[in-house]
Ligand binder design. Structure first.
Ligand SMILES: Cc1cc2nc3c(=O)[nH]c(=O)nc-3n(C[C@H](O)[C@H](O)[C@H](O)COP(=O)(O)O)c2cc1C
Length: 196
């Protein structure tokens, strides 16, 4: 059985989104993937090559002013060199974001990631979970407590440290990592069968 390679390309200004990136990594490793964590604001040429060789790239950023951070946008603009030659075409993609407010417009950040993926011809992997915390019998500790389908969302109060990222959001990010690794394995096996 092939080992899927998952890269997590993320930015975190103050460490909260780093906790989620590490959770995505833990989930993907649990599902048998080889995982590379790449901080996009410190990316090296070797790490660009890791992204180029990955089966899946998971994009992550805090939501700043209703979108991904400036550092992530700078990275995204630099990916245009890959876009020109379609070198990321048919890789899998997914995303996660953290915000201070419950919504905080982070859906827009996830939509932005999915459009970035589409521009590269990548195939988007959604969260694959029903919403949690949406009935009187549900709990704030449910998986996907923020009820997002497109990717993994997290909310962390703006006056707490990275050690207080919500455990449900961490578990949801782990779920995304497992799902991306599982989908990458299925995709790679299918490609081997059809010779693509
Ligand atoms: C410049 C800036 C802009 C922000 N914009 C938003 C926003 O649009 N919506 C929101 O809910 N939180 C916003 N926040 C709060 C961050 O999303 C939140 O603190 C997050 O946990 C930061 O993650 P990080 O530590 O990985 O940078 C903003 C924070 C900063 C510093």
């Amino acid at each position: 059985m092939t080992t899927p390679v998952v890269a997590i390309a993320y930015h975190s200004g103050y460490g909260h989104t780093t906790v989620l990136a590490e959770a995505v990594r833990a989930g993907a490793v649990e599902a048998g993937a080889l995982v590379h964590l790449v901080k996009v604001d410190e990316i090296t040429e070797e790490q660009w090559e890791l992204l180029d060789a990955a089966d899946a790239i998971v994009f992550g950023s805090p939501t700043y002013m209703g979108t991904a951070s400036g550092a992530f946008h700078q990275f995204a603009e630099t990916t245009s060199k890959r876009w020109f030659v379609h070198s990321w075409k048919n890789k899998l993609a997914a995303g996660f974001s953290n915000s201070g407010a419950k919504s905080g417009d982070k859906l827009h950040t996830l939509q932005y990631f999915s459009i970035l993926a589409a521009q590269h011809g990548m195939t988007w992997v959604n969260l694959g979970l029903h919403p949690g915390w949406n009935s009187t019998t549900a709990s704030e500790d449910d998986l996907n407590r923020l009820g997002i389908y497109l990717g993994a969302g997290a909310q962390t109060h703006t006056d707490v440290g990275a050690d207080e990222v919500h455990k449900s959001d961490i578990a949801t990010a782990e779920h995304l990592g497992r799902r991306v690794a599982e989908q990458a394995r299925i995709y790679a096996a299918g490609r081997a069968v059809v010779g693509a």
